[in-house]
Design a protein around this ligand. Structure first.
Ligand code: G6P
Length: 457
């Protein structure tokens, strides 16, 4: 019997569009963990991928209809621009992201006023528009994989309108605890959980987030819907191809010129509140203060690139990042040594070059669904680099037994962890790096997709 048709549903799709210098529409591959991990499994399956048209160029491309690409069909959903801002900025990123990453500044925010209520109403409509697109597109008995925190309300609608479909919702973020969920108005929390529970099963990168979701459902809905745990895996073929490219080699040479014979600490992140970038630099400052022997002997290369710039919190955070870097460089640097080197170019071969070249990789999020960089780095690093990892990253579940721990709020502790990682002897480094490589290469993006499909069926 033929396999049921596969439908993927996500906010950001696998392809983005832009205008070239002649104003012609050209296609580029989107970035982000969701797309890079799902992409290879979906290629060649004939799947339908339904995603939002985000930019003006995306909208133009959408008007030309379904795009056939790399063995799947991309169907872009066009949402009114104003409505999209409410859906993406106010609710998905301004509310659900903050909720699930524990980012609220509770004495001041959130504020659920009538503007927010109107945005929630729009969020519901956009989720229903995605569900309606699935209803219209999915053949009888299809398998539908809904991805991420933008689309929690799709499942309840599909259960009502298309009970023949096998559905899962995979959440790429952490999940809040019941105490954190109580910040949402009760009717909203109920609708949110019922929407998720409407899927056949809900998937998470780590057991911890699945347990938090179950506890929330038990408290609010009085039942525990089916869950599964499947951590995303790095796309090794793609990473290796980039690592071997001429652009990446050139970027390694450029980095070598800056670093010289100093030790190298690296981080690669979107400029994102949950990534804890500012505290990471405070910890480095503390390291240089407490370890005079390291002054002039280490460089911190941070590939951090702008993200979600329509949100004031993100703009403010980017400013904070910039000022702490200026302060650290002014305090410790001199004519021959810049302690922190920033690269904000969002250039993938350059980020991969930094991952090939690090002695220490710092991944210290406040909270993170998985953190794919923690898995990508060790898979292509060429210097037996040490992973310094926050236990609040979902990846801790797989790598915590190997990585050096950095408590995300403990600046002195993170400084010490960085120091210990820099001090490790070659034999210890080699053992550490080998163990990490084995752990991260165990699963492939195909296994991850298969786990979602199995959970749906
Ligand atoms: C996280 C989310 C993804 C998202 C990515 C980039 O990894 O889980 O869904 O695509 O961040 O964020 P953006 O807002 O640019 O899509």
């Amino acid at each position: 019997m033929a396999e049921p048709h596969l439908v993927i549903v996500s906010n950001r799709g696998p392809l983005s569009f832009r205008h070239d210098d002649d104003g012609k529409l050209v296609t580029t591959r989107s970035a982000g963990g969701l797309v890079t991990s799902l992409g290879p499994g979906v290629q060649g399956t004939g799947a339908t991928w339904i995603a939002a048209a985000i930019s003006t160029a995306d909208r133009e491309a959408a008007a030309e209809g379904v795009v056939d690409a790399e063995g799947f069909r991309l169907q872009s959903l066009v949402v009114d621009e104003q409505a999209y801002r409410q859906f993406y900025d106010v609710i998905a990123n301004g509310t659900l992201w903050f909720l699930n990453h524990g980012l609220w500044d509770l004495p001041r925010r959130p504020r659920f006023d009538r503007h927010w209520r109107a945005a929630w109403e729009t969020f519901r409509q956009v989720n229903h528009a995605f569900a309606d697109a699935v209803v219209a597109e999915a053949p009888e008995g299809a398998t539908v994989l809904v991805q991420d925190y933008h689309l929690p309300l799709v499942g309840a609608r599909l259960a009502r309108d298309r009970p023949d479909l096998a559905t899962v919702h995979f959440l790429h973020t952490p999940f809040c605890t019941p105490a954190e969920l109580r910040v949402l108005p009760t009717d909203v929390a109920t609708e949110f959980l019922e929407g998720l529970a409407g899927h056949g099963a809900c998937g998470f990168h780590s057991r911890r987030w699945a347990a938090a979701f179950e506890a929330c459902c038990q408290e609010v809905l009085g039942r525990t819907p089916p869950t599964f745990v499947a951590a995303a895996a790095p796309n090794l073929a793609d990473l290796r191809a980039v690592a071997e490219s001429a652009a990446c080699d050139a970027a390694v040479r450029a980095l070598d010129e800056v670093v010289g014979d100093r030790r190298l600490i690296v981080r690669v992140d979107r400029i994102e509140l949950s990534k804890n970038i500012v505290r990471g630099f405070h910890a480095y400052d503390e390291l240089l203060r407490s370890r005079p022997d390291l002054r002039g002997k280490v460089v911190f290369a941070a590939s951090i690139y702008p993200s979600r710039q329509t949100l004031p919190d993100y703009l403010a955070y980017a400013n904070e990042v910039e000022s702490v870097v200026e302060r650290v460089n002014a305090t410790w640097g001199d004519d021959s040594w810049t302690p922190i080197v920033l690269d904000a170019s969002d250039d993938f071969p350059r980020s991969v070059a930094a991952l090939r070249r690090y002695d220490v990789l710092l991944v210290n999020p406040v909270r993170d669904g998985l953190n794919l960089v923690a898995k990508e780095g060790p898979s292509i690093n060429e210097r037996d680099g040490i992973l310094v990892l926050s236990p609040e990253a979902g990846a801790w579940e797989e790598l915590g037994g190997i990585a050096v721990e950095a408590h995300p709020f403990d600046i002195a502790g993170t400084a010490e962890a960085l120091g210990r990682a820099l001090d490790m002897e070659p034999a210890g480094r080699a053992t550490h790096a080998r163990a990490l490589r084995e752990a991260v290469c165990e699963q492939s993006p195909h296994d991850w997709l298969a786990a979602q499909i199995a959970a749906a069926r």
